[in-house]
Write a protein that binds this ligand. Structure first.
Ligand code: PMP
Length: 362
């Protein structure tokens, strides 16, 4: 006789950045935006007619699809909106990767990809990035059941150009190629201009980072008619209404405030470039970032120790206890004050590095 517990899912889930329970700390470990969403978003939520919540939302989030499509110069049939880009990506894996051949992605990238493969029983092959953590387009010219590239990549922060994406797309006309562009607004190069040439391209973006709306859960996919049609069919096979009415209204308000979007992104880029300089002055090796975070290591001090020390100062950065990157820190760009506190703490550590407590975390 079997045990009912044998029938439960057996999977290693994605582990997100720690969410400390205490009130007063500096959280630089989840690549969140330190600034609030646009005042227009706040106003849209405050004036939302909650009495209308008895009705289901628009199943395809049409008003938001329309606003996002217009901003991108595309039509509604080219845009899909979901409950955060994790939801959109999960649907992409479900809808596009059915060939039985391995899906290709870098060994160092967003650690949710293997989780979806495992959950959906999709075979995959990890393609090593080079010793400087660059993804090489030539490595994606082999038989596959799909390709997903995070560009700019996480956690390395490294962005690649349009020629790089074009090279991968040219080599893979028979697979869907996903460009995960969660961080693209902070200086990356979007593959959106390639959509007209490549019907097998899916570009996934999010409102969580550059639009300061991680708590709202809005993500989108841009693609040709067939790509978006497959996503809608996948959505309607598990949850017809993944985007609620409040999110639709708030998302539209965010798109309507281009000025706030630009100012906030520019502010983060400026803080990022300042922190890059400061870290390099302290001897850190810091990758040139096209994102709202930095990927850094120090030749003298262990990342685990630095992370543990920072925690004693109530500053949380992300440390991955994983092969190839277990001496690196991923540091989200916070406000200027938060980054000043981080710089101060790191200077203190470097003056007296014995203070680290070796707590390994993932
Ligand atoms: N892609 C990448 C590369 C990410 O880092 C994240 C954030 N963890 C996501 C997608 C998902 O973000 P969200 O679901 O908030 O849109």
């Amino acid at each position: 006789m079997g045990n009912w517990k044998d029938n439960l899912i057996d999977i290693a889930p994605y582990v997100a950045g720690e969410q400390p329970k205490k009130a007063d700390f500096i959280k630089l470990n989840a690549n969140e935006n330190p600034y609030p969403p646009s005042p227009k978003v706040i106003e849209a939520i405050n004036s939302f007619k909650a009495a209308g919540l008895n009705k289901y939302p628009d199943a395809d989030a049409t008003p938001l699809v329309s606003a996002v499509a217009e901003r991108a110069g595309l039509s509604e049939e080219n845009v899909f909106i979901g409950n955060g880009s994790d939801d959109v990506l999960a649907l992409c894996f479900r809808a596009f990767f059915n060939s039985g051949k391995p899906v290709l992605y870098p060994d160092i990238t967003y650690s949710f990809y293997p989780v979806w493969c495992s959950m959906l029983k999709i075979p995959y092959e990890l393609i090593p990035v080079d010793e400087d953590f660059n993804i090489r387009a030539e490595d994606y010219k082999r038989e596959n059941g799909g390709v997903i590239i995070c560009n700019p990549n996480a956690p390395t922060s490294i962005g690649r150009d349009l020629d790089f994406m074009r090279e991968i797309l040219d080599a893979n006309p028979d697979s869907v190629v996903i460009s995960d562009e969660a961080y693209v607004d902070f200086g990356g190069v979007s593959a959106l201009p390639l959509l007209k040439e490549y019907p097998n391209l899916a570009v996934v973006q999010t409102f969580s980072k550059s639009r300061s709306m991680a708590g709202m859960r809005i993500g989108c996919c841009f693609g040709g008619k067939d790509i978006i049609g497959a996503l809608r069919a996948a959505k309607d096979s598990y949850n017809s209404y993944p985007v609620d009415s409040v999110a639709i209204a708030a998302g539209c308000a965010s798109i309507a405030d281009e000025e706030y979007f630009r100012v906030t992104v520019d502010r983060i880029i400026r803080t990022r470039d300042r922190l890059t300089d400061e870290l390099r002055k302290m001897g850190f090796d810091v990758k040139d970032s096209s994102t709202n975070f930095l990927f850094a290591s120090h030749p003298k001090y262990r990342a685990a120790d630095i992370s543990a020390f920072l925690k004693t100062k109530d500053i949380y950065v992300r440390f991955f206890n994983k092969p190839r990157i277990d001496n690196h820190l991923r540091i989200t760009i916070g406000t200027d004050e938060e980054i000043d506190a981080l710089i101060g703490a790191l200077k203190e550590y470097i003056k007296n590095p014995g203070m680290g407590i070796d707590i390994r975390e993932d």
